[in-house]
Design a protein around this ligand. Structure first.
Ligand code: NG6
Ligand code: CA
Length: 540
């Protein structure tokens, strides 16, 4: 409080003196000081816990209200509910961005994606977004003697400046930033190509049938979602009308690689089978597994055995499939007698969306289901619904069952896992990741974040800042995406900043900036400081 007051006063004095540049530097420096204060208060669990295996299960596009343990009655998720019941269910758990690529970038690197241009939603031929030499949660744990793997959706680019060499070595990629092993869907499944990347190679690729991927139609007679729309098994609603594979139009074009292609329906089984295999092979060493599910991203095409299991259509059925995957992983840990020594973190990469480009019935069958729970906004938005998502930690014998209101974020997993593994974090790595291991394990008195920056896809530069129950929105982009408040903003010239009191207004409907100008000013200065400082984790 004191520091905030000093910061505000200095800011005012500097402004009065017309020295905006000095004011900015001071604000940035003080923001860092404030952050350091918080860090020393936050209890680390590292000294009190044995080194655990770490299993991060990340869902795709799963909203705060999409699980029965987060309140929905539209479907049942018994396996995830069990983690929530026997572990710690967070009510203020976040991912750092409201789209996939920036959240995954931040989860791995511990640095906000908005600090690195070009980290928005990656196209099919994107080159590796995380450069070799960048410290990641995987490289930190590997240094601590862990075996490391990522299995599932990647969507962080592969290959050097020229993009992926689909018929050769796909380097750099996960193996160059700390993972011993990867088994990947290279981007998202609505983007080409539908092949697995195993370590450096496309799996099952026949050299006589080379794989070509591009963004221009390869020949005039190449069937697309437009020319062959009547053959599709799932129609598109926007985009997703280029190359057709498995009766589904995709973003981008590809030819060849037929032996390597797979069915969307089999993805979840593949992630589970490969994970079980890897866990069996690595059970005797400490391990870190990043299980990156594709559920419930579009195209939602769950396995036939899950189709029709919910009244919500394929969107709900994909949630049930995700729940099955979680159950299989937990069962495997139990069977291998690893459960007592494994910390599971269950989270999502961004908030929910109904129509994300395919006519899969998600809108029509939604009924009164609230995918973002009590929050507004969802995928692509800086409203709470965009990043406040299910977040559960589970570690039998170490985490007491309960619920936590502490603010935690996927970006903190790097510093927290490193602390639990006893690995020292270099000063210039993971610039925005805090060791919240105490809060993640529910240790008495351990605090979460005292502030949280939220971002959208990063291209337009919209931000959220949560401090206690205050929420500041900063709208730099006029782009309107499925959120009413930004549409309104896009069509008017209202202020860039809005302020909400989440304790009385979780839906962010009443702007109280005029009522609390001093709070607005404090949060605007804090957000500006955090952005301009280039980092929020103190160097020491
Ligand atoms: C959008 C796609 C959407 C989805 C999203 C990325 C269109 C019209 N929309 O551009 O379908 O793929 O990118 O989602 O193409 S994410 O969860 O991977 O960030
Ligand atoms: Ca996503």
């Amino acid at each position: 409080m004191m520091l905030c007051f000093v910061k505000l006063s200095l800011n005012r004095i500097c402004r009065l003196a017309g020295q905006r540049a000095i004011s900015r530097v001071l604000v940035a420096a003080l923001a860092l000081l404030i952050v350091s204060g918080v860090l020393t208060q936050a209890a680390s669990a590292a000294d009190k816990s044995p080194r655990p295996n770490v299993l991060v299960i990340m869902a795709d596009d799963l909203g705060y209200g999409d699980l029965s343990c987060y309140g929905t009655t539209s479907l049942e998720t018994p396996n995830i509910d069990r983690l929530a019941k026997q572990g710690l269910r967070f009510t203020s758990g976040y991912c750092s961005a409201s789209t996939c690529t920036p959240t995954r970038y931040s989860l791995l690197t511990g640095t906000y994606a908005f600090r690195r241009p070009g980290t928005g939603i990656a196209p099919p031929n994107a080159s590796a977004l995380i450069k070799p030499g960048t410290e990641t949660i995987a490289s930190l744990l590997k240094r601590g003697g862990y075996r490391t793997a990522v299995i599932g959706k990647w969507h962080l680019g592969l290959g050097g400046e020229g993009g992926p060499d689909w018929n050769g070595d796909l380097k750099p990629g996960p193996l160059e930033i700390g993972f011993d092993h990867c088994h990947l869907l290279p981007t998202t499944n609505d983007r080409v190509p539908q092949v697995y990347v195993r370590d450096h190679r496309v799996l099952n690729l026949d050299p006589k049938d080379p794989l070509w991927v591009g963004n221009k139609i390869p020949s005039p007679d190449h069937p697309t979602g437009i020319t062959h729309r009547d053959t599709l098994k799932m129609d598109w609603s926007h985009g997703h009308n280029q190359t057709i594979h498995n009766g589904i139009g995709r973003i981008g074009f590809y030819t060849g690689g037929h032996a390597a292609r797979w069915r969307d329906e089999d993805l979840a089984d593949e992630w589970v089978n490969r994970s079980v295999e890897w866990l069996e092979q690595n059970k005797d060493e400490p391990f870190f597994l990043f299980f990156a599910s594709h559920d419930l991203h579009v195209p939602r095409m769950p396995h036939e055995r899950f189709q029709g299991k919910t009244k919500l259509g394929f969107r709900g059925d994909s949630i049930v499939q995700l729940d099955w995957c979680v159950g299989e992983l937990v069962k495997t840990l139990d069977r291998l007698k690893l459960s007592d020594n494994t910390l599971i973190v269950f989270c999502s990469d961004n908030g929910p969306v109904l129509d994300d480009g395919y006519k899969d019935g998600a809108m029509e069958k939604n009924g009164d289901h609230k995918p973002a729970g009590p929050y507004r906004g969802g995928k692509y938005s800086v409203l709470e619904g965009g990043t406040r998502t299910p977040f559960i930690t589970y570690w039998p014998g170490q985490i007491k069952a309960g619920e936590s209101d502490e603010v935690v974020c996927t970006i903190d997993l790097a510093a927290s896992a490193a602390a639990l593994a006893g690995v020292k974090m270099p000063a210039d790595a993971c610039l925005d990741s805090f060791d919240l291991s105490g809060a993640l394990l529910g240790r008495d008195g351990a605090k979460g974040r005292d502030h949280l920056v939220q971002q959208d896809n990063g291209q337009g530069g919209n931000f959220g800042l949560r401090v206690g129950n205050w929420k500041l929105q900063r709208h730099d982009s006029k782009r309107a995406r499925n959120v009413k408040v930004t549409e309104e903003l896009a069509n008017t010239d209202v202020a860039r900043y809005r302020l909400y009191d989440l304790s009385s207004d979780p839906g962010e409907t009443q702007d109280v900036k005029e009522k609390h100008p001093e709070v607005a000013e404090r949060l605007i200065a804090q957000l500006t400081g955090l952005i301009e400082a280039g980092r929020s984790r103190p160097a020491k």
